[in-house]
Write a protein that binds this ligand. Structure first.
Ligand SMILES: [Zn+2]
Length: 199
């Protein structure tokens, strides 16, 4: 590579694997670790391991959680008649900032993308359908991202779930087309929920 001693080169390589980190930034981050104390490096390494080992998927909504059932699913104050379907956990965090949404979530962990080999079986669609069997859920709000994959997923889910007798709605996006939900501000998201339309 650039002639770094091996342990440093390995550290730079690890930073470079992260999204949005180029070589220069990776070098800067690696050096900042070297310049910090051993305790700081230990805490950093421990946080990485803890994040991987202690975070599981909630058995109900499939969102990341530090318990078998996440804090939203186990909260008795949440409205159990509505499930908001999102692509990832970042979208849940964005929607949770909009205090007006009080329903439950379902995290798909992706969107349909045949070109990338992502079909229904790669997403948590089976788990979603299973949640509709007890008759408590009355509305599914599809909040997949406003791009081709997100729209394809919304149409697919709508066709799948409408025959089950639930209302299926879609966020009314003020979110720029092609953008992700987690980049939308709270006011935009609030309006998107309020103005949701039936599919
Ligand atoms: Zn949950």
């Amino acid at each position: 590579m650039q002639g770094y001693i091996l342990p440093l080169e390995k550290l730079i390589e690890q930073f470079e694997r992260l999204p949005g980190i180029g070589h220069k930034t990776a070098v800067r981050l690696a050096f900042s670790i070297l310049e910090g104390s051993e305790e700081e490096a230990q805490a950093f390494a421990q946080a990485l391991l803890d994040a991987k080992q202690k975070i599981v998927r909630c058995k109900i909504c499939q969102n990341i959680s530090d318990a078998e059932i996440c804090s939203v699913c186990s909260d008795p104050k949440r409205d159990r008649t509505m499930i908001c379907v999102v692509e990832d956990s970042k979208a849940v965090m964005a929607l949770e900032r909009v205090k007006e949404y009080t329903g439950l979530y379902h995290v798909l962990h992706g969107a349909l993308s045949p070109m990338d080999g992502i079909g229904p079986d790669q997403l948590t669609i089976r788990e979603l359908i299973a949640r509709l069997t007890d008759g408590e859920v009355r509305e599914i709000l599809l909040a997949t991202n406003p791009n081709i994959e997100g729209e394809t997923t919304a149409v697919y889910l709508s066709k799948l779930m409408k025959p089950l007798g639930v209302r299926v709605s879609r966020l009314a996006y003020g979110v720029p087309v092609g953008g992700d939900i987690d980049y939308a501000d709270e006011v935009t998201l609030f309006r998107a929920i309020e103005g949701r339309r039936d599919l």
